[in-house]
Write a protein that binds this ligand. Structure first.
Ligand code: GSH
Length: 203
């Protein structure tokens, strides 16, 4: 199978997919689309958005669906339906938070300060304390007491978590079990190597 991943030159929503491909030692072309080339390429994409993964010429989309597919492929899915439900619930909870964070990023300037205050003081603490409790129950993983694609999904998107931090605050101090999830993922050789070699981008 040949894999070609299309995304912008940022970690963003493609990074969980990159983590999973690297974890599974699956070769892929990491296409990083320049902003000026996007309007034309956009028209060729199934949902006019990225990330898009081209598998043997077929373009598939939706970052979570792709991560779930790759999770199965690389042995990071659950071992039964209930475990898969646990993984999906953890990922969907994190996606709820991600969407709230991006909503604030795109809030009109005159309402931004208020939206940011709610995000930092209410939304982020609510979601991260729930996810931290999950990580405590699961010994440093988000589900099933073992490494699953939910952990890679979360660890790859820590930029989102950090955006929700109060200025100057070390977010992990309050959520040590989540720090453990990230540490566990970043201790995997293939991920460590990728972090050292990937292009340096802001988010
Ligand atoms: N639900 C989609 C997924 O998870 O893959 C969201 C994809 C998405 O929002 N992509 C953004 C995009 O392509 C970048 S993060 N923006 C450019 C555009 O819409 O023109």
């Amino acid at each position: 199978m040949t894999y070609k991943l299309y995304y912008f030159n940022i970690r963003g929503l493609a990074e969980p997919i990159r983590y999973l491909l690297k974890y599974g030692k699956i070769d892929f072309e990491d296409v990083r689309v320049e902003r000026e080339d996007w309007p034309k390429l956009k028209e060729t994409m199934p949902m006019k958005q990225m990330p898009v993964l081209e598998i043997d010429g077929k373009r598939v989309y939706q970052s979570v669906s792709i991560a779930r597919f790759l999770g199965k492929k690389v042995g990071l899915a659950g071992s039964n339906d209930l475990e898969n439900l646990e993984i999906d619930s953890a990922v969907d909870t994190f996606v709820d938070l991600r969407l709230k964070v991006t909503a604030v990023m795109t809030t009109p300037e005159d309402k931004k300060a208020e939206a940011m205050k709610t995000l930092k003081e209410e939304t982020v603490p609510f979601f991260l304390s729930k996810l931290n409790a999950l990580a405590e129950e699961n010994n440093g993983h988000l589900a099933c007491k073992k490494l699953t694609w939910a952990d890679l999904y979360f660890a790859a998107l820590t930029g989102i978590v950090k955006f929700g931090a109060i200025e100057g605050e070390d977010i992990w101090e309050k959520y040590p079990a989540l720090r453990k999830v990230v540490d566990n993922v970043e201790a995997i050789d293939a991920i460590k190597t990728w972090i050292n070699e990937r292009p340096v981008t802001d988010f």
